[in-house]
Design a protein around this ligand. Structure first.
Ligand code: RB5
Length: 142
């Protein structure tokens, strides 16, 4: 199960991503928002982060206008490694090296076509498992 969430700045892109993921056969839990009306991104970012940290969802996708605020909020939750990505290279590298468990994007930054490729890259790339990367990830946790 994947978790997805956004604020009003990411609403349109979230709807595009949802359609794509459902077409691809992923099960997705939508944490909102459910209309383009303004909402506070920290609440949604933390709700998705808790679903991933608690093991209810395997990975998460978060979108706000820039992807910045919502990724900062998600990263406050223990066990979360939310990576803000605007390109496929970063999405691949953050899975390989950081074992990122949440992908954050800016709905006002990346176009929908590019965003779907970033999502696919993030979801299909496994953590490398290399010792140096595992060691560095363990150093992030308190
Ligand atoms: C909302 O206008 C905007 O501040 C938000 O979507 C996000 O970009 C915050 O980081």
């Amino acid at each position: 199960m994947l978790a997805i969430g956004c604020d009003h700045g990411g609403y349109e892109l979230k709807q595009e991503i949802l359609k794509h993921l459902e077409k691809e056969g992923y099960e997705v839990k939508d944490f909102g928002c459910f209309s383009p009306e303004a909402v506070d991104y920290p609440a949604i970012g933390k709700a998705v982060a808790h679903a991933v940290a608690d093991g209810e969802c395997e990975k998460g996708i978060l979108i706000c206008g820039t992807g910045i605020g919502i990724s900062i909020a998600a990263n406050k939750v223990k066990g979360i490694r939310a990576a803000l990505c605007s390109d496929c290279f970063s999405a691949e590298a953050t899975r390989l090296h950081n074992d990122a468990n949440i992908l954050a994007m800016g709905g006002r930054v990346v176009g929908p076509g590019h965003a779907l490729k970033i999502v696919d890259t993030f979801l299909t790339t496994e953590f490398s498992g290399e010792e140096r990367h595992a060691r560095r990830i363990s150093m992030i946790e308190d």
